[in-house]
Design a binder for this molecule. Structure first.
Ligand code: SF4
Ligand code: SF4
Length: 95
């Protein structure tokens, strides 16, 4: 596999991984009733992050509580509301 093929392969895998997410918002606190202030609804029970490209780091919830946004793989082994419904748990994909 040459460099270009590898980049294409990697991009495809990243896209496949991203597409597993069903945008339920659980990892951003939607089921806690005090989600991250950057979590926005775009249709019924579907959400997006309004700073997705720069999301990691110290953030605040709607009520002003400090939270730290981390890659999903960093919290899959922890306990949080909605974890069992997360696609990455269901499909066993924690890459
Ligand atoms: S900043 Fe992080 S926790 Fe907040 S909505 Fe975006 S992805 Fe979720
Ligand atoms: S809990 Fe899982 S499926 Fe739901 S938005 Fe977060 S990463 Fe996506």
């Amino acid at each position: 596999m040459d460099d270009l093929d590898y980049i294409k392969y990697k991009d495809k895998k990243i896209l496949e991984h991203e597409n597993l997410c069903k945008r339920c918002g659980a990892c951003c606190g939607v089921q806690d009733k005090d989600p991250c202030e950057h979590l926005k609804a775009f249709e019924s029970n579907k959400y997006f992050c309004d700073i997705y490209e720069n999301r990691f780091g110290l953030r605040k919830t709607v009520s002003g509580q400090e939270i730290t946004c981390v890659p999903i793989r960093n919290i899959l082994h922890k306990t949080w509301w909605g974890r069992s419904a997360c696609s990455y748990i269901k499909y066993g994909d924690i890459s």
